[in-house]
Write a protein that binds this ligand. Structure first.
Ligand code: CAA
Length: 694
């Protein structure tokens, strides 16, 4: 089969319509750049061509540079060169923006003489999310078109704007349903006249003071973000330097950032999140079941948050409780959450009313009868869950998906309590459910392929990042977290204090360390669970809880919150308590270097990740990274635990784990078989994923 040309050109009525067709998203691969250059040169040379329309096939205009080409040797023509050719044509070029014009895609449109966008089009420069800055003239052309301050905002936030907003700020000239027809008409109008290219002087930049003020605010909101800093610097060059020199400033930043390991990690994050959507072993053509209505059982914090996710996505949902009182409390909590968003200005009053209107509260499981998807979110108690699923098998309509939000329990056992285990799976949301992006979709032994496909699809509709996990205690995320928690406690007994442990993680890039997190969540929560299970794994946390130090809610926990209730200060009483427990256990405390603390926290997690991968609980190392990035605040510029492991070097991790295992006698710290194998072969988790994808 001959491959379709990625760029074609057709001349009709004096207009050359150059079309890009490079599915799925018309990324600017070398073949596309080459095709664009040839098409532009041919149109320039053809006397029958009076004007040019640049259009694209499919739903997207152009999604930007081909990210998979980064890190490989460059292939000419470069994107800046291609754009310069269009910009310098003496015939008008109009971009017909049918869908997303992102990154290099928007930069191509900026090199045209005018832009027409479809009402649904999105225009943006998301490069900062990849650790770079716009590198094909965007930092120089956009400010000169719409003003320096608004341009920097678009670059620094990385979020696309709508066609309507783009028209309002002068980025697009027209908004039209039929973009090609409108672009043709505009191109003809421009033919023969003076071409309205982006001005190369300072005419449109706006006041320098306004820009500096905006830049200072943006930099304050994004501390230590090299991409945002580079965007501000490149835009500033619009005031200080001629256009060509500004382009050189941009290029220098672009090359430096592109070659920085942080950008490589962010590119991994981009592809890992998308790969996580692919479910290995699903029969070809497996479709999702339609979900027009949902039900959530349990109106606690978690259930209410899950119901909000459905309402936010426009899906009607029934929130079910056992008593009217519990139901009202749950509904009030949901209403309160929305009211907070309205107060903060992130939600309009009428949107709140619309969302509340989609949530119907009911008492009794029978109310789940008309739902296509039922999410159970009651206490973590196997007996209770089995009872509910047993009843649901009768109540839920045939084909309805029966999901449990359990964090730890065996989904196979829950599924076995119904006569329809093929409909059962886990949908593990993370707290607060209406905010956190991660959704672990737990595939049980008997889960039907289309049920799994449905949960993944609905996850995306709820604006989550869904990742498939097999059944095991704690699934992917919490199973790994347990290793970190155990080490954190041990570090306290060996000589560290809570602030030392937390600092190791916050310096690494986590927003919070494990002890500050415990204080926020409440030390009593896990203490009660440990008591019920007769576990003695966390002597320090247990002693604090027994002393009534539950964390922020009692103003004392691992830290002292008496100052303002929220800011934790190191507490000498806690240090004394820890020292006492160390002494009782005959442990001689020693100063532990921060590097060792970090390795003790992260390497056992990576080791557990390798086990999870080896057992097939996760399909890819990238899936594990996606879980930690979206559910546990792992810093994205290190790529997630498994990508980070590759960057540290697997042999080093193996060696350190062996030392930790020998020093503690904990066989769990012995390197996992998969980790050993990859280290021995000189391979990596990334290479393993690539091999599996090939
Ligand atoms: N390069 C290479 N592949 C890309 C890509 C890109 N810029 N954008 C998307 N893809 C791939 C995805 O990896 C995915 O591949 P698989 O199906 O194999 O997983 C496929 O295209 C579809 O992508 P999505 O699943 O994301 O599709 P969507 O419909 O949900 O979203 C989109 C479409 C809004 C365009 C989204 O893909 C997106 O945001 N893309 C990235 C945009 C971006 O960051 N552009 C800047 C690139 S850097 C740049 O341009 C630098 C410069 O200045 C020159």
């Amino acid at each position: 089969m001959t491959q379709q040309e990625p760029v074609t050109s057709r001349v009709e009525d004096g207009i050359a319509v150059i079309r890009i067709a490079n599915p799925p998203v018309n990324a600017l691969s070398a073949a596309v750049r080459g095709g664009l250059k040839r098409a532009a040169e041919a149109a320039a040379a053809d006397p029958a061509v009076r004007a040019i329309v640049l259009a694209a096939e499919g739903k997207t205009f152009i999604a930007g540079a081909d990210i998979s080409e980064f890190g490989k040797p460059p292939v000419p023509p470069s994107l800046p060169e291609t754009i310069a050719i269009f910009e310098s044509l003496s015939k008008p070029v109009v971009a017909a923006i049918n869908g997303a014009a992102l990154g290099g895609g928007l930069e191509v449109a900026l090199g045209c003489h005018a832009r027409v966008a479809a009402p649904s089009a999105k225009l943006g420069l998301p490069e900062v999310t990849l650790g770079i800055l716009p590198g094909a003239g965007g930092t120089q052309r956009l400010p000169r078109l719409i003003g320096a301050a608004p341009a920097l905002k678009i670059m620094a936030e990385g979020k696309p704007i709508s066609a309507k907003e783009a028209q309002a700020n002068g980025l697009v000239d027209e908004v039209a349903e039929d973009v090609v027809a409108a672009a043709r008409a505009l191109a003809l109008k421009l033919a023969g006249g003076t071409l309205p290219a982006v001005p190369k002087d300072r005419t449109n930049l706006g006041a320098r003071e306004a820009f500096e003020e905006a830049a200072a605010a943006i930099l304050k909101r994004n501390p230590n973000n090299p991409s945002v800093e580079a965007c501000a610097d490149a835009v500033r060059a619009c005031f200080d330097k001629p256009f060509e020199e500004g382009l050189a400033v941009e290029r220098a930043h672009f090359t430096r950032l592109r070659d920085d390991p942080r950008s490589a990690a962010l590119r991994h994050v981009f592809f890992a999140e998308r790969a996580a959507a692919r479910i290995p072993g699903l029969p070809k053509g497996t479709g999702a079941r339609p979900v027009a209505k949902a039900a959530v059982i349990g109106a606690g914090t978690m259930g209410g948050g899950i119901a909000m996710c459905f309402a936010n996505a426009g899906i009607p949902v029934t929130l079910i409780e056992t008593t009217e009182e519990n139901l009202q409390r749950g509904l009030e909590r949901v209403e309160g959450n929305y009211a907070t968003s309205v107060k903060r200005g992130s939600l309009a009053e009428d949107a709140k009313a619309k969302r509340m209107g989609l949530i119907e509260g009911k008492v009794g499981l029978e109310a789940a009868a008309d739902a296509d998807l039922v999410v159970e979110a009651v206490f973590e108690e196997m007996g209770l869950k089995k009872e509910i699923f047993g009843k649901l098998q009768e109540i839920a309509k045939p084909g309805a998906i029966l999901a449990t939000n359990t964090s730890y329990l065996d989904v196979d056992e829950i599924a076995a309590s119904t006569s329809r285990p093929a409909d059962v799976l886990g949908m593990h949301f993370f707290s607060p459910a209406n905010v956190m992006k991660l959704l672990e979709v737990v595939r049980a032994k008997e889960t039907a392929p289309d049920a799994l496909a449905t949960a993944m699809e609905i996850g995306r509709k709820l604006a989550k990042v869904p990742v498939v996990s097999g059944v095991c205690y704690g699934f992917i995320g919490n199973r790994m977290l347990a290793r970190r928690t155990a080490q954190a406690e041990r570090l306290l007994l060996e000589g560290a204090l809570p602030q030392d442990v937390d600092k190791a993680l916050t310096d690494f890039g986590f927003r919070m360390g494990p002890f500050a997190m415990s204080d926020l969540a409440g030390i009593d929560v896990s203490w009660r669970i440990r008591k019920a299970m007769n576990l003695k794994t966390a002597p320090v946390a247990d002693a604090l809880a027994e002393a009534g130090r539950f964390g922020q809610k009692t103003k004392r926990g691992f830290y002292d919150y008496s100052a303002d209730g929220r800011t934790g200060a190191p507490d000498p009483e806690v240090a004394a308590l820890i020292e006492r427990i160390s002494a009782e256990r005959g442990i001689t405390r020693r100063p532990i270097p921060q590097e060792e603390i970090l390795q003790r926290l992260l390497f056992p997690m990576i080791n557990e990740g390798a086990r999870i991968l080896g057992e097939g609980i996760a399909a890819r190392a990238g899936d594990i990274d996606t879980v930690w990035l979206n559910g546990y605040g792992w810093p994205s510029w290190t790529g997630g635990p498994m990508f980070y492991a590759d960057s540290v070097g697997l042999p080093k991790i193996v060696a350190r784990l062996r030392e930790f295992a020998a020093a503690s006698g904990d066989t769990n710290l012995e390197p996992a078989a998969l980790l050993l194998r990859l280290a021995h072969e000189g391979s990596s988790f990334t290479a393993l994923d690539e091999k599996a994808a090939a």
